[in-house]
Structure formats: C-alpha cells, structure tokens
Design a protein around this ligand. Structure first.
Ligand code: ZN
Length: 241
C-alpha cells in the first residue's frame, strides 16, 4: 500500500472510530494533511462518518477548493480544515465535531473547559472559545468561508483544542491518531468535568506544570496512543474498508 493509500485508509478508519465512540453522528469530520503535498489536505466527500470509505476521501487546497474536477458533495465547513492547515505547519490532522457532552461549555460563557483527566491533556489549562458573533455578528455559528476559518484559526493559535460558541470544537494535532485520541478524551473530559461541577464543591483542575509533565510522558511513550487506536479499531465497524 502506498503512503497516500495508507493515509486514505487511516482517515476512513478515523471516521468510523469517531462515529463508534459517539464523538460525531452525521455531523462532524476529520481530515489529514496530504502526505506528499503539504499545500493540500484530504477530507471525505460529504457523507455520514460511519460510512466513509477510502474511496470517499477527496483532495482540497488550502483555500478549501476541491482538486478533483468531477463534482462531489462537499462538507460546507471544509474551510475549518483549510484555514488551520494554512496557519499551522505543525498540524497534520484536524477534526471538527459537535460532541453533545461538550456543547454546554460552548454555551455557558462563564464556565471554561479545562483538563481534569490526564488523557485529555491536549485541552491545556483552558480551551479558547471562538465566538462567531465577535467578527461575524450576522452570520451563523458555522464556518462557511475562509474569512471565518482564518478567524477561528487565529483564536486556536498554538492550542490543540478550541471551542466554537453554540456549535462544537476543533482539534488540531500532528497525526490522525493523536487527533482522534484527543477528540475522544475531550468529550470524556467534558462529561467528567460537568459531573464533578454538579457536586457543588471545589473542582480540581490539572495545572500547567502537571499538563506539561503529562505531555512529556505521552511524547516518551507513543505506544500509549497506539494502544488506544488498536482498541478503537477493534470496536469500530470497518466493513467496506
Ligand atoms: Zn460544525
């Protein structure tokens, strides 16, 4: 299998995992930077993630335009991916989802999403929030063009996770496996943080120093994330891949 074929297959599997782990339903998508052309990215044509196959994966440029001339249905929010790849050369995979455990944190403006469990360290001490109303007051919460995508990428900055007001989140990391890992655990972290907050007492958040140490631990033990990937691959429905 060539590098590009392998990337298409991994991306299709990533879609299936996100569906199986209920990070996405029919909404949400995950992409990868093209392994040979850093000025392009790979993203499924508009399909329900649990059905995506390697044949559905299309190429786009960093303005969100399709490379393929043959028309195909496209995700309207593909500009999220284009803008982040353009702004962040270190990023090789981007996911956008509306995980329902996460949405309260995009709505309650005085409650911040913060890392409370170690596998969610990608959140950092606090996830920034992109509020579409700041610069696009008559728009929808969706990212429908490059101007909105660029604004979102600016709010993301050097973070790996950003929330989107009344909408969902973006996750941007160096590989498909890392991005899926973060997507699953951002959702888990949101649920646990919500439940702990309901007790009404103090909530113990992971500090910047602790998060840095956890990140170093993961960097030194990449098999930890690979182990999660094989667990999720086993659980996902990969029929047709
Ligand atoms: Zn969306």
């Amino acid at each position: 299998m060539t590098i590009i074929e392998n990337c298409r297959r991994d991306l299709a599997i990533a879609n299936r995992i996100m569906a199986r782990e209920e990070v996405v339903d029919h909404l949400g998508h995950v992409s990868a930077r093209h392994p040979d052309r850093p000025d392009r990215f790979l993203l499924s044509q508009s399909r329900s993630p649990e059905l995506v196959t390697p044949g559905d994966i299309k190429e786009y440029d960093l303005a969100g335009s399709p490379i393929e001339e043959a028309p195909h249905p496209m995700y309207v929010e593909r500009f999220i991916h284009a803008a982040i790849y353009r702004a962040r050369p270190d990023v090789n995979s981007v996911a956008h989802n509306h995980a329902y455990d996460l949405l309260p944190f995009t709505i309650a403006s005085d409650v911040k999403l913060r890392a409370v469990v170690h596998p969610a360290y990608a959140i950092g001490t606090e996830a920034p929030v992109w509020d579409f109303r700041d610069k696009f007051p008559t728009a929808t919460p969706l990212v429908l063009d490059m101007a909105q995508g660029d604004d979102l990428a600016a709010i993301l900055g050097n973070h790996s996770v950003a929330l989107m007001r009344n909408h969902g989140c973006v996750v941007a990391l160096d590989s498909i496996v890392s991005t899926i890992y973060a997507c699953v655990y951002v959702k888990v972290n949101a649920r646990i943080q919500s439940e702990a907050t309901r007790f009404g007492g103090d909530v113990s958040y992971l500090s910047a120093v602790e998060l840095e140490a956890i990140g170093a631990l993961y960097n030194n033990a990449p098999h930890t994330v690979d182990r999660a990937w094989e667990y999720w691959v086993r659980r996902a429905d990969l029929s047709g891949i």
